[in-house]
Design a protein around this ligand. Structure first.
Ligand SMILES: Nc1nc2c(ncn2[C@@H]2O[C@H](COP(=O)(O)OP(=O)(O)O)[C@@H](O)[C@H]2O)c(=O)[nH]1
Ligand SMILES: [Mg+2]
Length: 221
């Protein structure tokens, strides 16, 4: 029982900071996405592919990347000259709103179109924590099994978009795409699903057109 109370306190404290982050982004009309997946589903790879394309499109953005201990993801993104801020969470299995607020302190948000948070690889905790994002995006992959949507329904419920990555590996793995998408839609009737491959580029244009619409809508609301 006491455990439950502590958790509620932590979440309500987090929600207060998330609201502040959301308010400061609303002032600048900056859209924020929170990318959540298991370790290795392809969050950083996806950013390596979309980052240069966002630049080509003239979209201004910053990536806040979370990792327990290393700065490997930030180094990969920095090598492509993508704007990135690294957060180390230590043993924490998620990024919380305070960490995002601290990361954004040194970022000039004026005129910024998009903030991208790459959360810590985990399908449970990040789904519970609002970090001030406009939308959460679940990245699933064909190598982790088609039952992950039903095993981690909160993430699917909380997400506006589900990306199913590594479609190039479909012929090598036992992944029933119809079963996976069916379960995603059972859990969340309004979620959009995009199938991608960071290797072949499948689905990348579909994502870019989705994100450009979201950025446009944010600017006029
Ligand atoms: N075949 C294939 N491999 C991928 C794809 N996306 C990522 N990977 C590989 O999956 C591994 C983990 O990717 P990474 O981006 O580090 O995942 P993260 O932990 O979610 O950030 C790397 O070896 C990537 O090269 C994909 O679409 N197809
Ligand atoms: Mg990564």
């Amino acid at each position: 029982m006491a455990f439950k109370v502590i958790k509620e306190d932590i979440l309500s404290e987090n929600d207060g900071v998330a609201s502040e982050v959301r308010a400061s982004l609303a002032q600048e009309k900056t859209f924020m996405i929170n990318l959540i997946s298991s370790p290795g589903a392809g969050k950083t790879s996806f950013l390596e592919v979309i980052g240069p394309k966002l630049k080509e499109e003239g979209i201004s953005f910053v990536i806040v990347t979370g990792d327990c201990f290393t700065s490997r993801d930030a180094e990969r993104l920095d090598a492509l000259d993508l704007p990135v801020v690294q957060i180390n969470t230590g043993n924490a299995c998620h990024i919380d709103a305070q960490l995002v607020a601290s990361a954004l302190e040194d970022v000039d948000l004026e005129g910024m179109d998009l903030v991208i948070v790459e959360n810590v690889g985990n399908l449970v905790c990040p789904a519970e924590f609002d970090v001030g994002e406009d939308v959460k995006i679940a990245i699933l992959s064909t190598t982790e099994g088609d039952d992950k949507p039903i095993k981690y329904p909160l993430l699917i419920l909380e997400s506006a978009l589900a990306i199913i990555n590594k479609t190039d590996l479909l012929e090598y793995v036992d992944y029933d795409m119809d079963f996976s998408v069916e379960n995603i839609r059972k859990i969340n009737q309004t979620i959009k699903v995009i199938k991608t491959s960071c290797k072949t580029g499948e689905g990348i244009d579909a994502f870019l057109s989705w994100i450009k619409d979201k950025i446009k809508i944010k600017k006029i609301t």
